[in-house]
Structures are given as structure tokens and as C-alpha cells.
Design a protein around this ligand. Structure first.
Ligand code: UDP
Ligand code: MG
Length: 139
């Protein structure tokens, strides 16, 4: 298995709900290593830039409002097959469809307020890591 890096965000709903510690506990137990982390409140513009790919979706306005509504924890996670494995640990986008024990199953409250983001492919991981972190910030 290749060592990969992926971008994760503990979204504003999960920070507000005091789930940061529980989510990091799950990630560390699954052998993800945190190589960079920062708590930030995204501006609306930054949220729009991050979710560019969804700009024509009906949920874009509401999603970017939500993502800029409070502090979020952006992290770079490293590990074997990290990109696909993080998606597994997160669970499905819609928490009603997320497998038991996944982060979204445990902490999401709806399809939008779904607790965590994870990059979906190597190209998006590279773009998303660069969106928030410079090379010298990656330990
Ligand atoms: N989202 C939403 N409604 C939808 C689909 C997605 O509000 O019908 C939000 C949700 O917060 C999701 C984000 O938009 O995490 C990005 O959507 P994507 O399809 O990329 O899901 P993800 O990759 O986060 O599972
Ligand atoms: Mg996605």
C-alpha cells in the first residue's frame, strides 16, 4: 500500500457539537497521522473556492454558508491508502446511509451538516491540501 496524504475538515457542525476530540480519536485509532492542522473560520469566498466543483449544484449556496458559519478544523492526514480509507471511516455523505460506526453515522445531523470532509481522489487531495497549507507547514 502506498503512503498518501489527504485533506480532512472537521466541519463547523462537529466543532460546535464538541466532537473534535472524538473524531481525532477515531482517526488516530485507524492509523491516520496528523501532519498539519489549523482551526479556521472560512470566509464565504474561501468556502466557495474550496467547493468550486459543486458551484452549479442546488446545495452550493447553503453549503458554503454552512461551511463559513463557524470554526472548522482543517487537517492533512497521512497513512497507507489514506484517501480511500478516510472516505470509508467517514461514511456516506447522507448519514442515513452511513455504515454503523462511521464518523458521519456517529456525528452527522443531516446530508449537509455531515461532520467531516475528506478528499475523494489523489488530484483533489493535492489541490485541497495546497488550498490550505504551504509545504513548510507539512511536518
Ligand atoms: N451536500 C449537501 N447536499 C447534497 C449533497 C452534498 O448539502 O445533496 C453537502 C455535504 O455537506 C457534502 C458536501 O456538500 O459533504 C460535498 O458534497 P459531496 O457530494 O462532495 O460529498 P462528500 O464528498 O463530502 O461525501
Ligand atoms: Mg466530495
Amino acid at each position: 500500500m502506498a503512503i498518501e496524504r489527504t485533506l480532512s475538515i472537521v466541519k463547523p457542525d462537529a466543532v460546535e457539537g464538541h466532537h473534535v476530540g472524538d473524531i481525532i480519536k477515531i482517526l488516530e485509532a485507524r492509523q491516520f497521522r496528523i501532519v498539519a492542522a489549523r482551526l479556521i473560520q472560512l470566509t464565504k469566498r474561501e468556502a466557495q473556492g474550496f467547493y468550486q466543483v459543486h458551484r452549479s449544484k442546488p446545495f452550493f449556496e447553503s453549503l458554503t454558508e454552512f461551511m463559513s458559519s463557524g470554526p472548522a478544523l482543517v487537517m492533512v492526514l497521512e497513512g497507507d491508502n489514506a484517501i480511500a480509507r478516510l472516505r470509508e471511516v467517514m461514511g456516506a455523505t447522507d448519514p442515513a446511509k452511513a455504515a454503523p460506526g462511521t464518523i458521519r453515522n456517529l456525528f452527522a445531523t443531516g446530508i449537509e451538516h455531515n461532520a467531516i470532509h475528506g478528499s475523494d481522489a489523489p488530484e483533489t487531495a493535492a489541490y485541497e491540501i495546497g488550498y490550505f497549507f504551504s509545504g513548510v507547514e507539512l511536518t
